[in-house]
Ligand binder design. Structure first.
Ligand SMILES: [Zn+2]
Length: 754
């Protein structure tokens, strides 16, 4: 690495260099293997000095000490490099192994200074100013990348900053507070269903004091940056010369002809480090985890590395494939991976059903590594969890969507790119709507209590080959039926709230509180996550977009938020024993890699304590009194809870309940019912409530049948449920084979050059 000085007046610059040398130097290491000029705007003078830095590629980031020594000889001798903040951005930091630089990596190096955090809200409203605003709902604080407006126009929460005047003197200003090496601007149009507004071209101005401004130059001319061509796609403008300053202004020059001057933005910049400034805290995590975004191949490698590190408690398996043939990998973490142990409840986290909501995926990968490391260390809490629970982690339910978003990266993927499956299906409304089937049946029934309230079969239409059911959804449904899951959460992003079923409202109301009979427990589950999440629990946090969930303590009934027929939560609850909630993890769907350590810290306790809730309520084994064999598919009814659950293959069952006294009736086909009172205490340990059932004389059942009386309704439903799943699996197989055939054909054609 070489550093040459050019046009640098030493008397002026040495002091400045002492202050920010580490800063721009670190930043330099993160960018490309080219020689780049760095501008420095110096305080109290408008003199711009520039130095030339030989920039290094990612993979050589570890050579810092040598590079630093050389640097010292030219400018400073005592300063230690402060790499903390910027190195959070280095993908190599916690990985150890070197990654080959792919094409995507090269493209991404342009972005290597992290966003200041207009989108993540790290930048406070008070740091953003503007020349003028159309009204307060379109104020400068709304000029944040990906911010979403409310449905109604004209409220306080509109979808951009919009200037009051249509002239070239308008600006949006961000105070980075610290000296910052600015490298780029990401620009986006206004989010609105009422109007089209975006900026075509803009200039950038920089200042150290917000009084004297210098316009970004491209050679000898003022640089004109290309902005947007639509309202939603973010566009990156790279500064021709990365420049150190404190304030930055975006100054629109031209805009969509029928619109006004509106924009949403993110600023890219590396903070310049000051060794004397104690406010430079480490904002990361102390856990030595692999904090970066993992694409499909990296994720696969990463998961393998965890199983290598912890072979005794982990196992990788796949539950199916995406439309393009990417495998849906699951990691199981348990003291006896690969088998269900009698009485041990099964838990799952599902992330990435919306492919662009990328934080959940990384948190689930972090969790794998964390559980492995802490188990090995003997962390008692983790050892207990792993010993008493069978944990299944699906980091990416929609890998096709994720790959699409990943190609664009965290700042340029926008709000919706990669959300849907390859076929354009929203996986969170692709499950069969069982709510309306049950509600319709209840409406028709003379005696409501006779209508089955659980294990509702998949409807016939849904099992057809031509049904619009994605292979990802099909895979997850099969998985849900294979494993007796008790508790789950599915991880999303773009808001900060935990929502609980029902997601689907009665009578197609767009918004209505639609509680399940287990509402109290679901609210408890949601509260457990929300109250331990460090961002949600912060009373001073500002709202993400336009909805204030803090007034509800950051939890909400799914239907009360917005109706979603065919959601995974509702399906899980109606078709299986498993209780599931949705966690919206962060305002930013796809946070920059530099945010991942702090997001892990924000969610670590929540992820752990939520899993521990699986050990609440009652559990036990339902056995045959004579043979002592476990009875599968026994119905567990809890008084005043019109939602039964069923025992698993070995006769074991889990019924999540809040503390209290419960009358429990257990019944199975061919047995007399049995009743017990079970007490659930405050401690997070399930109360054991075993049942032994006495068989009714077989002869009697046969007599009933011979007389032509009905087989119990419940039994028929169970049969139908099994039959429909078989059908769904059969059509899935056919479809998958057809797709593989098509792919092979396409590849052959490609190979032939057709
Ligand atoms: Zn989502």
């Amino acid at each position: 690495m070489q550093l040459t000085e050019r046009n640098m007046e030493k008397s002026l610059c040495t002091l400045a260099a002492v202050i920010f040398l580490g800063g721009f130097f670190d930043a330099a290491q993160l960018t490309d293997d080219t020689t780049t000029e760095v501008h420095l705007l110096l305080n109290s003078t408008s003199t711009a000095a520039s130095v030339t830095v030989q920039l290094q590629h990612h993979s050589t980031a570890k050579t810092t000490p040598t590079a630093a020594q050389k640097l010292h000889t030219t400018a400073v001798t005592t300063k230690k490099l402060h790499r903390k903040n910027i190195s959070r951005d280095s993908e190599e930091e916690n990985n150890g192994e070197k990654k080959p630089a792919s094409k995507t990596d090269e493209k991404k190096t342009q972005l290597d200074c992290p966003p200041l955090g207009l989108e993540s809200l790290r930048v406070d409203d008070s740091q953003i100013r503007a020349s003028s605003s159309q009204r307060s709902g379109l104020g400068p604080h709304r000029g944040r990348l990906n911010i979403q407006s409310g449905i109604s126009d004209g409220d306080l929460y509109d979808g951009a900053w919009c200037a009051a005047y249509k002239d070239q003197n308008q600006w949006l200003e961000v105070d980075a507070i610290y000296l910052t090496l600015f490298t780029g601007v990401v620009l986006q149009g206004k989010n609105s269903i009422w109007s089209w507004d975006w900026v075509h071209t803009y200039k950038v101005q920089l200042s150290n004091d917000s009084v004297t401004w210098k316009t970004c130059m491209n050679g000898t001319e003022e640089a004109i940056f290309e902005g947007n061509q639509n309202a939603w796609s973010p566009v990156l403008g790279v500064l021709p010369v990365p420049t150190v300053a404190r304030f930055i202004r975006i100054n629109p020059q031209t805009w969509y002809i029928n619109g006004t001057v509106c924009l949403r933005a993110e600023i890219l910049g590396c903070r310049v480090h000051d060794p004397g400034d104690s406010s430079e805290q480490d904002l990361g995590s102390k856990d030595p985890l692999d904090f970066r975004h993992h694409n499909y191949n990296e994720m696969r490698k990463f998961m393998k590395s965890v199983t290598k590190e912890c072979p005794d408690i982990t196992r990788i398996y796949t539950i199916g494939k995406s439309y393009t043939g990417l495998k849906l990998y699951v990691m199981e973490i348990s003291d006896n991976p690969g088998k269900h142990e009698l009485g041990e409840p099964e838990f799952r986290y599902v992330a990435g059903m919306h492919g662009n909501e990328a934080l959940g995926r990384e948190l689930v990968l972090n969790l794998m590594q964390y559980l492995c490391k802490e188990y090995k260390k003997g962390n008692q809490r983790v050892v207990r969890l792993v010993t008493d629970t069978r944990i299944h982690l699906l980091p990416s339910m929609n890998p096709d969507g994720y790959e699409e978003a990943y190609k664009k990266g965290s700042e340029l993927a926008g709000w919706a790119e990669g959300r849907y499956s390859f076929e354009g299906i929203d996986l969170n409304s692709n499950f069969p709507d069982l709510n309306n089937i049950m509600w319709d049946a209840e409406e028709m029934a003379i005696d409501k209590s006779k209508v089955s309230n659980h294990y509702i079969p998949i409807p016939e239409y849904y099992t057809q080959e031509d049904a619009m059911v994605s292979p990802e959804t099909r895979a997850v449904i099969s998985w849900m039926e294979d494993i007796p899951f008790v508790l789950s959460a599915n991880l999303h992003g773009g808001e900060l709230v935990v929502s609980y079923p029902f997601d689907c409202t009665v009578g197609w109301a767009p918004q209505e509180d639609t509680p399940t009979t287990d509402n109290a427990f679901f609210r408890w589950l949601a509260t457990v996550y929300a109250s331990t999440n460090l961002v949600m629990a912060n009373p001073n946090r500002r709202l993400c977009h336009h909805e204030d969930f803090q007034v509800h303590n950051n939890i909400i009934n799914g239907g009360a938020w917005h109706t979603v027929p065919g959601s995974m939560n509702d399906f899980s609850y109606m078709h299986t024993n498993c209780f599931e909630v949705t966690v919206e993890l962060s305002c930013d769907k796809y946070p920059h890699a530099s945010e991942l350590p702090i997001e892990w810290e924000n969610n670590k306790e929540s992820l752990l304590v939520y899993m521990e809730q699986i050990h609440r309520g009652i559990k036990g084994v339902v056995r045959d009194k004579m043979t002592k064999q476990g009875i599968s598919d026994a119905v567990i009814k809890v008084e005043d809870h019109d939602h039964d659950i069923r025992s698993a293959v070995d006769g074991d069952y889990w019924r999540l309940l809040n503390p209290g006294e419960y009358k429990v009736v257990v019944w199975a086909e061919g047995y007399f019912p049995s009743m017990r009172r079970c007490h659930v205490g405050m401690q997070p340990r399930a109360t054991i409530c075993d049942f032994t059932l006495t068989k009714t004389p077989l002869q009697r059942l046969k007599e009933i049948r011979a007389k032509g009386l009905k087989i119990p309704q419940d039994f028929l439903q169970l049969r139908l449920r099994a039959l429909r799943l078989r059908k769904l699996r059969a059509t899935t197989k056919v479809l998958n084979q057809r797709r593989v055939g098509q792919r092979t054909l396409q590849e052959e054609r490609k190979a032939r050059g057709a």
